[in-house]
Design a protein around this ligand. Structure first.
Ligand code: SAH
Ligand code: SF4
Length: 433
């Protein structure tokens, strides 16, 4: 979401006549778009912005801003921590970036804006940088779910959805300028269009599915993905659209967080390990070639060895293609930060290492089966690592590298590639026409 927000802001600034530069040393304006999900993310951002002090010594006119979730979360405090900071803009003020910069240039005083109203920012963040085969669109902002460990609802505010017509127009204009694959973004993307109601929809209801169907009708758009959905919102209506629309990629990122029902309840997640598995199996029964990825937290307050074992078992049972494993990080203001039985760092570390080892084993197994398979690849262009080769992506987002075969080859086309070699980062193969 931050990458997408940064792109929209870059487009706004370019529209106002600013020019992007390659290296931070050359810039007159540096903007840090920050994350607060874990303490580590905030620590990194503060470290990096702190380091910029030396650039300000070399270029006293340099303007430095901090925007996004940490800006919203820490506000005024950031000016004390980072005295060389010129401005702070919260999550719903991002689109005011040009105004903030102009004010600093005029008045040379620090500037801070933090607000709760998401509607303006929702309407303003539409621009894209030209030339990409892969693009993304934020279809919702904010979150209403209040999982007990999570800071997002506090820093990004209440959930709002964009108008379908607006999203379609944005997608059409991206496709007109060469984009072939769109990633739809939202904290709880499948809750799109439910007006912030936290009750998962009935089985015959899914405004998100309706939006997907409309996007699938756009000529020239080859692939659609989305992240992150919340499993309880996978109604039958949504699953049937995922199964019947060939443009929607068959890989789903379904954050599970834990395999222990006791912990899931403490996390305020609205499903059990059993109901999660049931949905996964339902999706698999209709879309047999689909793959799943997930997010999981180890060391949530009170997590026992037995709870952890249940998480491990669930991850192995689903057989995720990839999992993002997070060590629980207490976020001030959230319920879980106040819970008893906080888990010591060494235990989190140990559980993290166990899940990582399981993941590596699983990934290695899956990669063994890749050579010999035929993959449909969306061609991106000449490979960044080796200009004699080209690269593209499979439907489940793996990078494929291949050599030109003398036939027609251009960014944005779909090609069949026979896989010859596989490693965790890329697949290698030969074009088959
Ligand atoms: N809205 C998405 C998640 C956004 S945050 C969803 O619910 O699916 C991305 C991931 O960060 C979460 O899925 C969770 O696994 C992790 N996360 C969030 N808060 C965390 C915390 N306090 N400590 C550790 N990991 C956390
Ligand atoms: Fe955080 Fe839960 Fe909302 Fe995801 S659904 S952003 S984990 S509160």
């Amino acid at each position: 979401m931050n990458v997408r927000d940064s792109e929209a802001l870059a487009a706004i600034l370019i529209g106002k006549g600013y020019t992007p530069v390659e290296h931070e040393e050359e810039a007159d304006l540096l903007v840090f778009n920050t994350c607060s999900v874990r303490e580590q993310a905030e620590r990194k951002a503060i470290g990096k912005i702190g380091y910029m002090k030396k650039l300000k010594k070399l270029n006293p006119g340099l303007i430095i801003g901090c925007i996004g979730c940490m800006a919203q979360n820490r506000g005024e405090e950031l000016f004390h921590l980072l005295p060389h900071l010129d401005f702070v803009l919260g999550t719903n003020q991002l689109h005011k970036l040009p105004e903030a910069v102009e004010k600093i240039v005029r008045e040379r005083s620090s500037y801070q804006a933090l607000s709760e109203d998401p509607h303006e920012v929702l309407a303003a963040m539409k621009g894209h940088l030209p030339g990409g085969i892969f693009g993304s669109i934020a279809i919702t902002r904010g979150c209403n779910r209040f999982c007990s460990y999570c800071i997002v609802p506090y820093v990004r505010g209440r959930e709002v959805s964009r108008d379908a017509a607006d999203i379609i127009a944005e997608a059409e204009s991206m496709v007109a300028s060469g984009c072939r694959e769109i990633l739809l973004l939202g904290q709880n993307v499948a809750a799109y269009g439910l007006n912030g109601d936290v009750r998962p929809p009935a089985d015959d209801c899914s405004p998100f599915a309706e939006l997907l169907e409309k996007l699938c009708r756009i000529d020239g758009l080859q692939r659609i993905r989305f992240t992150s959905p919340y499993i309880s919102y996978f109604s039958e209506r949504l699953i049937s659209v995922l199964a019947s629309e060939p443009k929607i990629c068959h890989c789903y990122h379904l954050p599970v967080q834990s395999g222990s029902n006791r912990i899931l309840q403490l996390m305020n997640r609205q499903y059990t390990a059993e109901s999660y598995l049931e949905k996964v199996n339902r999706i698999r029964s209709l879309i047999p070639d689909c793959t799943f990825t997930t997010d999981v937290i180890v060391g949530f307050p009170g997590e026992t060895e037995e709870d952890f074992q249940q998480t491990r078992d669930l991850l192995n049972e689903v057989g995720f293609d990839h999992s993002f494993i997070f060590k629980y990080s207490p976020r001030s203001g959230t319920k879980a930060a106040e819970m008893p039985d906080q888990i010591p760092a060494e235990v989190k570390e140990e559980r993290n290492a166990i899940l990582l080892a399981d993941l590596e084993k699983r990934v290695a197994e899956k990669l063994k089966n890749m050579p010999g398979t035929l993959q449909e690849v969306l061609v991106e262009g000449v490979s960044k690592r080796n200009s004699a080769r080209w690269s593209g992506k499979t439907g489940n987002a793996r990078t494929v590298v291949f050599e030109p075969d003398g036939g027609e080859l251009c960014p944005g086309m779909l090609l069949n590639v026979r896989i010859t070699q596989a490693n965790p980062v890329s697949l290698f193969g030969k074009i088959e026409r």
